[in-house]
Structure formats: structure tokens, C-alpha cells
Design a protein around this ligand. Structure first.
Ligand SMILES: [Zn+2]
Length: 157
């Protein structure tokens, strides 16, 4: 079995919400891709319901790209406590936290149904399973706690 970094993380020691740089990989042409652990909920103490997580996924896909350059993908963890974020280059964690916080603030305070992109049978694999209400309430919970720049200590919140 190859060693998977995420399975070596002590999930009982982290303090969510946080953004953690998992690692940087370089392609054959030298391009760097950075993988981030975007943890919104404390592991094994809760999880975002599927519909709310799905709506956060759709909205963050656009909101993050508007706020920080180099986003390749942001996809939910199967455990539903957060997202993997893949980015070109080696962005600073603080910049990711800033863009994420601003995106979540929009979802918590301003978003209406029309702001959720791709909610149709044409554009989504399960378009009936969305909840802006849940996305908004979970965004508020994350913002109240603040997003740390360190997985094991509350930094910059
Ligand atoms: Zn979808």
C-alpha cells in the first residue's frame, strides 16, 4: 500500500476550522501543484449534511476562483468535515484562508438561490440534493470559530 498522507494525520490532534498545506508535487515540466486540507468541522465530532456540503462545493468552485488565482479543484472529503483544495503553484496558507473566509462570508450573509451555480439535471449529478439553508448555517458556524492558518493551534483567528 502506498502511504497516503491524509491517513497519517492525527485527526484527534487537529483544531478545526483550519487550512493546512498537505504537500507540493512537481510535474515533469517543473510545474508545482499544492494540495490543501480545508477542514471546516472538527473530525469525529460532526459533519456537514450532504445537501449543504454539495451546495458549498458548487458555490466555492466559483467564489474561490474569483478571490484567488490558481484554483484547480475543491472537492469534499468523504467524511464530510471539509474539502481538498488543489492549486497551481505554492500559494501561502494565509492567502487561502483569506479567500475562503471571504467566500464563506458571501454564502453566510448575501447568497440567494440564484447564486448557486450548476443546479440542474444538465449540470449536476444530483441536482435535487442541495441546501442553501444548510450551506449558510454551516458557513456561519465556521466564520464564528474562525479559520486557523495552523491545523494544531489557533493561528490568525
Ligand atoms: Zn453537483
Amino acid at each position: 500500500m502506498p502511504e497516503i498522507e491524509s491517513f497519517t494525520l492525527d485527526h484527534t490532534a487537529v483544531l478545526a476550522p483550519y487550512v493546512r498545506r498537505i504537500g507540493v508535487e512537481h510535474g515533469p515540466s517543473g510545474d508545482a501543484i499544492t494540495n490543501f486540507d480545508v477542514r471546516l468541522v472538527q473530525p469525529n465530532e460532526g459533519e456537514i449534511p450532504t445537501a449543504g456540503l454539495h451546495t458549498l462545493e458548487h458555490m466555492l468552485a466559483g467564489l474561490l476562483r474569483e478571490r484567488i488565482a490558481g484554483v484547480i479543484d475543491i472537492s469534499p472529503f468523504g467524511c464530510r468535515t471539509g474539502f481538498h483544495l488543489l492549486m497551481w503553484g505554492e500559494p501561502a496558507v494565509a492567502d487561502v484562508v483569506r479567500a475562503l473566509t471571504d467566500s464563506l462570508r458571501f454564502i453566510a450573509e448575501d447568497a440567494v438561490e440564484a447564486d448557486i451555480p450548476g443546479v440542474s439535471a444538465l449540470a449536476c449529478g444530483n441536482y435535487r440534493d442541495h441546501s442553501l439553508h444548510s450551506a449558510r448555517e454551516w458557513a456561519k458556524v465556521v466564520l464564528e470559530r474562525g479559520i486557523s492558518q495552523d491545523a494544531f493551534a489557533r493561528v490568525g483567528v
